[in-house]
Design a protein around this ligand. Structure first.
Ligand SMILES: Cc1cc2nc3c(=O)[nH]c(=O)nc-3n(C[C@H](O)[C@H](O)[C@H](O)COP(=O)(O)O)c2cc1C
Length: 347
């Protein structure tokens, strides 16, 4: 891990999707060995959210381990949890390449993958074989692009993946499947959440809903109400943005979802809106532009019970989870709070 600063210039010379594929291959090499996929265990950072105990509150966001291939090695990097997916019911190729861009000067990423997925059957088999560890594995589910009934795809995902998931995420906020984000509109959202609720079996895993940062004035309120009415266990705020805050990189004009540093302010603002609408009634998971312990702490104080990141690992390397974990411990100690849970929403 200490080698990353030396390797970064070489990695950045590769096409981004190829570099990602190589990273997955390297991590996969560790799957077969005798190592145990344990997250960093620091008793002070332990926290329980939606009835699930997490070894620490720092997770790897969806999109890195799309096909559930390397969740074990990822946990051993120090993440308290990893969210695999998005996984669609049937396999599908996603959008044509190139579809992933590094915006180095902006410490950002644009992607328009469009749910390339090996499908739920393959992912189920991989997850089924996993060892029991303290590390949590969430499964992020989506709809097939050509599905005649997207709501039915989510219900199917809940039924099929629940037995192998510590939690499920209903992802209706990817900007790269045309029309998907419209499921966040009130009427459609209520129909979707009713179908998801019906698909859940008693004693099954908690269900989180993942949202876009690009929401209109009244939308957080409607979403919070619908989520509470339909028994959703938490909200992930947020996915990538389709907006383009001022960017310097030559890839700024690429279409797709923007993540990383330029998303930070937007995602934090969205989190605050959801916190103020929910008043702490629904656990929130903060994501978007988190790159340091200070960023994670700010998100926790703004109402997040857990945080997730992806883009910052591209720039900071695989040691980022441990660095944030250590930094959070220090911040917690300095603040005088006894636990992460105590610090949630205290800004
Ligand atoms: C290359 C890439 C692929 C992604 N794929 C998914 C995905 O399949 N499903 C999903 O819910 N979010 C996906 N995301 C969004 C991330 O999970 C996260 O919400 C977003 O990137 C904001 O966090 P960050 O700024 O730390 O990257 C993806 C992000 C990136 C950069």
């Amino acid at each position: 891990m200490a080698l990353f600063p030396l390797l970064r210039p070489l990695v950045f010379r590769l096409d981004p999707e190829r570099a990602h594929g190589l990273t997955i291959d390297l991590l996969r090499l560790r799957t077969g060995t005798a190592f145990r996929p344990e997250p960093q265990h620091t008793p002070r950072l332990e926290t329980t959210v939606a009835g699930l105990a997490f070894a620490n509150p720092v997770g790897l966001a969806a999109g890195f381990d799309k096909h559930a291939e390397v969740f074990g090695p990822v946990l051993s990097l120090g993440f308290g949890f990893v969210e695999v997916g998005t996984i669609t019911p049937l396999p599908q190729p996603g959008n044509p390449k190139p579809r992933l861009f590094r915006l180095v000067e902006d410490r950002a990423v644009i992607n328009r993958y469009g749910f390339n997925s090996e499908g739920q059957e393959v992912a189920f088999q991989r997850l089924h074989r996993r060892m029991a560890t303290r590390g949590r594995v969430g499964v992020n589910i989506g709809a097939n692009k050509d599905s005649p009934d997207r709501i039915a795809d989510y219900a199917e995902g809940v039924r099929r993946m629940a037995p192998v998931a510590d939690y499920l995420t209903v992802n209706i906020s990817s900007p790269n499947t045309p029309g998907l984000r419209e499921l966040q509109d009130e009427g459609a959202l209520r129909d979707l959440l009713a179908a998801v609720q019906e698909a859940r079996a008693p004693g099954g895993p908690p269900v989180f809903l993942k949202l876009a940062p690009d929401l209109g004035e009244g939308e957080p309120r409607q979403i919070v109400r619908a989520a509470i009415d339909h028994g959703v266990d938490g909200l992930i705020v947020s996915n990538t943005t389709v907006t383009r805050p001022s960017l310097r990189s030559r890839h700024a004009g690429e279409s797709g979802g923007l993540s990383g540093a330029p998303l930070k302010a937007l995602a934090l603002d969205a989190l605050r809106r959801f916190r103020s609408e929910s008043g702490g009634e629904l656990p929130l998971i903060g994501a978007g532009g988190i790159a340091s312990a200070e960023d994670a702490w700010e998100r926790i104080r703004a109402g997040a019970s857990l945080v997730q990141l992806y883009s910052a690992m591209v720039y900071e390397g695989p040691g980022i989870a441990q660095r944030i974990g250590r930094g959070l411990e220090r911040l917690l100690e300095r603040s005088g709070y006894a636990s992460i849970a105590e610090a949630v929403g205290t800004e």
